[in-house]
Each structure stands twice: as C-alpha cells, then as structure tokens.
Design a protein around this ligand. Structure first.
Ligand code: PLP
Length: 395
C-alpha cells in the first residue's frame, strides 16, 4: 500500500477556530487542550437513534454490544475535519467523492475505475445483491455469516445455498462451498474474517479457492474486518483483482476507522463488473462522510490506536471467558462469539434488564452470543452482568 500525502481540503468558508466557536466547542469544553489519549476517545454511545434495538426499546438508556461498531473513535483529526467541513455540506460531494475514490485507489494500488464507493459496505453489498440476485439464481454462502447480501438477494427472488461452517473454530468450509457451486450459482459470498465467529481462513486457502472458483462464477470477498489486522497487507486478496479475476472485495470505514455513522464503504473489483453494479445506485454519498473518510485514511496513528484498543478489549473479554470456562472462538474481528449454554433470546432478555444489548441469534448456534467490543467502561458493565448470569446459572 502507498502512503497518502497530507490532506489539503478545499478552502472552508470558515476557519477551524470559527467553526469550533460556532459549535460551542472552543470555550469551556477544553477540547483543544485534551491530552492525546483522551482526545482520541469519544464519549460512550448511549443514544441509539435509528437503531432497530432502540426503536423497540426507546425508554432504555442502553449499551449496545450488538452492532460491531468501533467505540474508540472517530479520531480527533477526523472530528476536526468534520467541523471544518460542516460549512461546505450544502454541496453534493461529486468532486470530493471522486477524490476519495482516487485516494483509495492509490492506497489499494489499483486504477480508480477498480473502486466503487457506496453508503457503507452495506450499500455496495446491496448493489451486488441487486445485480446477481434474480429469480432462478443462487448465491453460495456459509451459515452463519453476515446476512445482508443474501437477505436482499432473496427478496429479489434468488435462493441461497447455505454451506455449514466446519471445525471447532466455525470456519468456512471452502471445499464444500466449491462443491455447492452449480449451473445456477450467480455469486459466492465469503466473509473473511467472518461474523459472528471472528474466525478466518489463511490467505493461501482463500487465494487458491478464488483462483479455482472464479473460473466458474464471481466471488465477493467481504473483508470489512480484515484491516483490523496488523498484517492486513499480507492477508488481503487485492492482488487477485489486479490480476483481473472476477473477484470483488468489500471494505468499510465503519470498523478500523470508527465511522459507522458516516456510511462509507467500497468495493474493489474489475471495472467491467463494477460498471454493472454502479447502475443500481440511487443516491450519491454524503459530503461529511467523504471528508471524514479522506482524513481518516491519513490518520495512520489512529489506525494503530484503533487496532490496539480493539485487541486489548478482545483480550480482556477472552480472559474473562477463560476464567468462567465459557468456550469462545478466538476472534480476528471487533467482537467475540461465545458459548452461553442458554437460548440466546433468554440471554438477551437477561442482559437487556441490565441495560445491555447483545448479538442476535445466529442459527444453528442458538446458545452462543456475539459480543461487540465496547469501551472499557461498557465492557465492565458486561463483565458484571456476565458474572451475575454465570453464578445464577451455577447456583
Ligand atoms: C461482514 C460485514 N460486512 C459489511 C458490513 C457493513 O458495514 P457498513 O455498512 O457499516 O460499512 C458489516 C457491518 O457490520 C459486516 O459485519
């Protein structure tokens, strides 16, 4: 991956200082004087506007450990860019989105026409679902995994050919997935690292799978959690796209970059496929999301902090699960899937009474739960609740 030059945004109508003043953040709040560690850390998320969970439980001041968000950001640099750019957000970001696309292309080491931006990874997955999901078509995917693409394709009349995970670490059974490809298969979806398990397949296995299977059908590799890894550059399969194989790679600014609220994601793929997918676009991107993504790409110090914070949160949770002798899958994501021994709906109810939202059911693992890594204070609430649940269960 290449390095980006320093971000020089278009001249803002207001200076950074004026923007801060007008938002009431300069005087009193001490924002500019914050120590670096504190400045990088946002306040706990307690407001869930638009979240299906909070819509169902509007009275609840809850801690959401169900969304696989990154609570450690966005970075201070991004927050500053956001304020600086707010005054320009009456504009559609056509030019800025193109610049973001070009900058991402430089980082991914592909030509700009190999990048398709969307409103979050979900939108570009929806483009693929709209393109490949039609009556009579099948999508091959593992179960359980991230469902969005298959749900959308099924609503358009496609079928999913589900392939169970294999082994105690619930990994993709790539041989079985290959065997499931038939004349009706329009697309194969592989999420690596996967959710809810957080497990992943070695890059050599993914690569040889893609080489064999992409001779028959396109493959969508969902790598939205992959950039949380320190050795991301060695793990990603962008080289296959560079070679011209019909492989699409999905990335998101919601995980490493902690910009879930800004809805920016993209596909890397062959231009002839991306052009078809692009036809399903209804709306452009959002101006501030683009500005934040551009700044966040440059803030490599935050990437390191983000990876480190998520790893520490994961390690603490895994240590707790070890102590309580609750099996879990060692995770490469910003979440951990662990055994509860209780139907997940009951476990959800128990946790909800303690202000915690935990992951949904992931059949067939009905007595397992996915816990997204929250801020340390949020994880402390989960620890207390889990210990309580554990001793009640043992009693
Ligand atoms: C595997 C996977 N892919 C894609 C997404 C979509 O991410 P976003 O739309 O926030 O970019 C998610 C969200 O959690 C995910 O878990």
């Amino acid at each position: 991956m290449q390095k980006l030059p320093a971000f020089s945004p278009p001249l803002s109508a207001v200076s950074r200082r004026t923007a801060l003043k007008s938002l009431g953040l300069l005087a009193g709040s001490g924002l500019l004087g914050l120590a670096p560690a504190r400045a990088q850390t946002a306040a706990p998320r307690v407001d869930g506007n638009g979240d299906p969970l909070s819509a169902r439980y509007p009275e609840l001041n809850y801690i959401n450990l169900a969304g696989n968000e990154n609570p450690f950001g966005p970075s201070r640099r991004v927050t500053m860019a956001l304020m600086r750019e707010a005054a320009n957000s009456s504009r559609y970001p056509f030019r800025e989105a193109n610049i973001l696309r070009d900058e991402i292309a430089a980082l991914e080491d592909v030509p700009p026409d190999h990048i398709l931006l969307g409103n979050g990874g979900d939108e570009v997955l929806a483009f693929a679902a709209a393109e490949y999901g039609h009556p009579g078509a099948e999508i091959v995917a593992t179960k359980p995994t991230y469902l969005q693409l298959m749900d959308y394709a099924e609503r358009r009349g496609a079928k999913t050919r589900w392939v169970p995970t294999t082994g105690p670490d619930m990994r993709h059974d790539l041989d079985a997935m290959e065997a499931a490809v038939n004349g009706k298969t329009a697309l194969v979806y592989v999420c690596n690292p996967d959710t809810p398990s957080g497990t992943m397949r070695a890059p050599a296995d993914i690569e040889s799978f893609c080489r064999r299977v992409s001779e028959r059908v396109p493959i969508l590799l969902d790598e939205v959690y992959l950039d949380l890894l320190d050795d991301f550059a060695q793990q990603t399969q962008t080289a296959l796209v560079r070679e011209g194989l019909p492989v699409l790679i999905c990335r998101s600014f919601s995980k490493l970059h902690a910009l879930a609220g800004h809805r920016i994601g993209y596909l890397i793929g062959p231009p002839e496929i991306l052009q078809g997918l692009q036809a399903h676009r209804m709306s452009g991107l959002n101006y501030l999301g683009v500005a934040c993504a551009r700044e966040s790409l440059r803030d490599t110090a935050f990437h390191t902090l983000s990876r480190r914070s998520i790893r520490a949160g994961r390690a603490a949770l895994e240590a707790l699960l070890d102590e309580l002798a609750l099996p879990f899958i060692p995770s490469h994501g910003n979440f951990v899937f662990h055994y509860t021994g209780t139907p997940v709906r009951e476990f959800q109810d128990f946790m909800r009474e303690r202000r915690l939202f935990v992951g949904r059911p992931f059949p067939p693992y009905e007595d397992w739960v996915r816990i997204s890594i929250g801020l340390p204070a949020e994880m402390a609430v989960y620890e207390r609740a889990l210990r309580e649940w554990h001793s009640a269960r043992d009693a």
